[in-house]
Design a protein around this ligand. Sequence first.
Ligand code: ASP
Length: 307
Amino acid sequence: MSEASALRLPHLLGIRELSAEQIRQLYELADRFYEVLQQPTRKAPALAGRTVALLFFESSTRTRLSFELAAKRLGADVVHFSATGSSLDKGESLLDTALNILAMGVDLVVVRHKGVGTCHFLARHLPVPVVNAGDGTHEHPTQALLDTYTLQRHLGSLEGRTLTIVGDLFHSRVALSHLILAPKVGLRLRLCAPPTLVPPLWYRLGWPVYHRVGPAVEGADAILVLRMQRERQAFPPLASWEEYARFYQVRLEHLRPGQLLLHPGPINWGVELHPSLQAWPEVRILDQVTHGVAIRMAVLYAILGSP
Ligand code: ASP
């Protein structure tokens, strides 16, 4: 048995808790599961008999389906909870809701919630492992892992490579997870956003912060573009979206051959990305989605699989 198969994680609440070695092992497991996903049956039933509950209190397309497929490809049963139409409307607390779902025989919960720290709270109070699928503006660890895994598959080693992140840094949980992940995998970051969308402390982290797209992406190996997180912006951080698109939209003229283009989705074409970039030869956005299933299989296996 290889080292990667022996990787054991108690939960996955954030990138902070992962060592560089554990991240390497997760990528190695993901490589193996990626191969499984190329086979006609796409199954590696290492979690047969286990049950995974997907507790999504916020909207999701990719993350929810990707965790569901990851669990099913590993042979686990999957149950879904969505806040709309649940007994939360009748005043049931988050913890009671989760405990009731667990009472039906669940081995792991994947949680998305608008509250920062919800996953940490549940991990303290539930008797099963918790995986963070996005907690408010805090972290989205599997997204950052699948982004960097995608980069690694295309670039080889990540050591010394430059990733420019452009967009709503202030409200993006994806950006924060990348900030913590980059030093662990040897990536160099560049950050680009309007001044009102850069958390003030981020200027002190040592990564260059830009307020113009051109210089921010020049010479970078890859560009990760983020959506305006309008649902989290209590006050409009900009005069207008047209102005944002005018000054911060990533366009063909900014890119050079070979630069990889990533986006965690959902994309607002015409706002953060010019529609002509759909034809950019190095768009890796759907690869991210494909790799997301392999990464989430790796995470579920590292938590629930028996060594
Ligand atoms: N899907 C990602 C998230 O849930 C990015 C986004 O929504 O813009 O954070």
